[in-house]
Write a protein that binds this ligand. Structure first.
Ligand SMILES: Cc1ncc(COP(=O)(O)O)c(C=O)c1O
Length: 502
C-alpha cells in the first residue's frame, strides 16, 4: 500500500485512519483497483483493535471509496479517478470571466481591527446609540417564532409582517403608496439593484447613470452585461437632455445625489418621468438615505409621482440602522414583480427569516421610529459641527457643496498651496494624523473634473469631529501632529475605555 499511516495519541483512532486513507485515495497515492491490506493486518501494523480497522473499512465502503470482493480482499473503487498532481493554482483550470477580473473594488472598506482614529468613511452609522436592549428582545421574539414555525423555505419576497411594516413606513415617511404584497425584501439595496439588472437587462443594453455616481450600482449593472453610460448632473440632478436615447434603465439618487448631495428638483423629476414613459425605460430610484433631511420639508420620492409604472423604488436599512444588517427593499412596477421574485429566489431563495422577523417587531413596536427621531437630531448636530469647521477654520482648504440631507457631505479641495488640488496628497496628510478621509475621484466614470472628499459623519460624535478637525487644521498649517497621532491606531470601537457596544 502506497500510503504511510501514522497514529497520534490514543484518541479518535478510527477517524485518524479514515482521514488518511480517504486523502490517499483522493490524491491518487492509492490508485483505483489497488488492493488494501486486510483489516487484521492493518490493525496489527498500527497497533489498534481489529474493530477499529473494520469500522474504517466499512465507512469507506459505504461512502464509495472502497469495494470488497468476497475471498479476494478490499480494493480502492475503480470509479475513483486519479486526482494527483492537481495544479496548485485553481485559476489555471477555472479562469473567471474577464469581466470579474477587471472589476474594481466597489468602495473602501474598513480593515478589521485597525482604522484611522477618526474615520470619516461614508456609509458608517452610529452604533453606540442603537437601542441594542430592545433589539435583543426583538431577536429573542424572532427565535421563539422560528422555533414554532414548521421547517421549510419561505416566500422569496420576504416575511409578510416585515413587508407590511415597510409598506406602512414608506407610506408615512416617503409618500410611497404600496400594498404589502408589492414589497420585496432584499439583502440591502445592493441585491435590489442586482435582481433588477438581471431581470431587466440583456447583454449590451444601455444603462444611464449619474456621473459621478455610486460605484457598486455601476458594477452591478456591468455584471449584468450592460453598457453603462455616464450622464452629467447639475444643481438640479441628472441632466435629462443628456440621456442616451436608447437607455433601457436609468439609475438615479433623487433625494440626495450620490455622492454630491443635491436633491433632484421637481421640474427635473417630472422631465425624467416623462422621458422614461415616452421611451419605455425603467427608472431605478435609489432612496438610500432620504430619511435624513435637515433643511426644509423632505421631498417626496420620485415613485410618489409615478403614475405610469416606470419607477422601481429601492431603499435600505443600511443608513437608518447599520449596513451589516443587510436588509433592503424593492417596490417594482407591477409588470416586473413576478420576474423579480423569481430572480431573488434563484439568487438566495429568500433573506434570513430571523433578521426579518426581528426587524418587523422592531418596526411594528415603534422602536424604529423612535430610533430614527433620535438619530435625525443627532446627525443634524454632527453635520452642523462639521459644517462649522468647513465654513470657517478649514475654508482656505475645503469648500463644502450645498446639501441638506444624508449622513455624508462632499467638500471640494481648494487649490490652496496644491495646484492642481491633489486628492491623494491631501488624504495622505490627514492619514498621517490618523484622520481617515476618502476621495470622490473613483466615483466619476472618467477623469474626475474636480478633487473632493466624501466626508461621512455618521460614526463620529461632535467631540470626535471637533478633535479631528482641529488636528486636521494643525496638520494643514504645518504644525506637528498631536502626541499619539500614529498613522494607524486601533479601531476606535475596540479601544479600551469606550462605551461598550452590547
Ligand atoms: C447610493 C447608495 N445606495 C445604496 C447604499 C446602501 O446599500 P446597501 O443597502 O446595499 O447597504 C449606499 C450606501 O452607502 C449608497 O451610498
Amino acid at each position: 500500500m502506497n500510503v504511510h499511516l501514522t497514529i497520534e495519541g490514543r484518541h479518535g483512532l478510527a477517524s485518524q485512519i479514515y482521514r488518511q486513507l480517504r486523502a490517499g485515495i483522493l490524491d491518487g497515492r492509492l490508485a483505483p483497483g489497488e488492493r488494501l491490506p486486510s483489516t487484521r493486518e492493518l490493525a496489527t501494523q498500527l497497533g489498534v483493535s481489529r474493530k477499529t480497522t473494520l469500522d474504517v473499512f466499512e465507512r469507506l465502503t459505504a461512502e464509495g471509496y472502497l469495494r470488497s470482493r468476497t475471498g479476494e480482499g478490499t480494493f480502492v473503487a475503480a470509479t475513483m479517478t486519479r486526482r494527483g498532481n492537481l495544479p496548485t493554482h485553481a485559476t489555471a483550470l477555472q479562469p473567471a470571466d474577464p469581466l470579474w477580473e477587471s472589476m474594481p473594488d466597489a468602495l473602501p472598506m474598513r480593515q478589521e481591527g485597525v482604522s484611522p482614529q477618526y474615520d470619516f468613511m461614508g456609509g458608517v452609522t452610529e452604533k453606540r446609540l442603537f437601542p441594542f436592549d430592545q433589539w435583543r428582545r426583538c431577536v429573542s421574539h424572532a427565535v421563539r417564532v422560528q422555533a414554532r414555525a414548521p421547517a421549510g423555505y419561505r416566500d422569496p419576497a420576504g416575511e409578510p409582517e416585515l413587508r407590511l411594516a415597510v409598506s406602512r413606513y414608506l407610506a408615512l415617511s416617503r409618500a410611497v403608496v404600496s400594498n404589502w404584497h408589492d414589497v420585496i425584501m432584499t439583502q440591502g439595496a445592493q441585491q435590489a439593484l442586482n435582481v433588477l439588472g438581471r431581470v431587466v437587462l440583456r447583454p449590451g443594453d444601455v444603462v444611464a447613470m449619474e456621473d459621478p455616481g455610486y460605484p457598486p450600482a455601476r458594477m452591478s449593472f456591468k455584471a449584468a452585461g450592460a453598457r453603462v453610460v455616464p450622464v452629467p448632473v447639475d444643481a438640479d440632478g441628472i441632466v435629462v437632455s443628456a440621456l442616451p436615447a436608447d437607455a433601457r434603465l436609468i439609475y438615479v439618487t433623487p433625494s440626495h445625489q450620490f455622492p454630491l448631495g443635491m436633491p433632484m428638483s421637481l421640474e427635473r423629476r417630472l422631465a425624467l418621468l416623462d422621458w422614461a414613459q415616452r421611451r419605455g425605460a425603467l427608472i431605478v430610484e435609489d432612496d438610500y438615505d432620504g430619511e435624513f433631511r435637515f433643511e426644509g420639508r423632505p421631498m417626496d420620492s420620485l415613485k410618489s409621482l409615478d403614475h405610469d409604472g416606470v419607477v422601481a423604488y429601492v431603499g435600505t436599512f443600511s443608513k437608518t440602522i447599520f449596513p451589516e444588517l443587510r436588509i433592503g427593499y424593492l417596490i417594482p412596477p407591477a409588470s416586473l414583480a413576478q420576474a423579480l421574485r423569481r430572480a431573488k429566489q434563484t439568487g438566495d431563495w429568500h433573506s434570513c427569516t430571523l433578521t426579518q422577523t426581528a426587524l418587523a417587531k422592531f418596526m411594528l413596536d415603534g422602536y424604529f421610529a423612535k430610533h430614527l427621531r433620535r438619530m435625525h437630531k443627532e446627525y443634524a448636530a454632527r453635520r452642523a459641527a462639521l459644517r462649522r469647521w468647513l465654513d470657517h477654520e478649514l475654508s482656505p482648504w475645503l469648500a463644502p457643496l450645498p446639501t441638506s440631507a444624508g449622513i455624508h457631505l462632499v467638500a471640494e479641495i481648494r487649490p490652496n498651496g496644491m495646484k492642481p488640488p491633489d486628492e491623494a496628497a491631501f488624504i495622505a496628510r490627514a492619514g498621517a494624523a490618523s484622520i481617515g478621509l476618502y476621495g470622490i475621484g473613483g466615483m466619476f466614470a472618467g477623469r474626475p473634473p474636480r478633487a473632493g472628499l466624501l466626508m461621512g459623519y455618521g460614526g463620529l460624535s461632535i467631540e470626535e469631529i471637533d478633535t479631528a478637525m482641529q488636528r486636521l487644521l494643525d496638520t494643514l498649517q504645518g504644525q506637528p501632529a498631536l502626541p499619539g497621532a500614529a498613522h494607524l491606531l486601533p479601531n476606535r470601537h475596540t479601544r479600551p475605555g469606550r462605551a461598550a457596544i452590547p
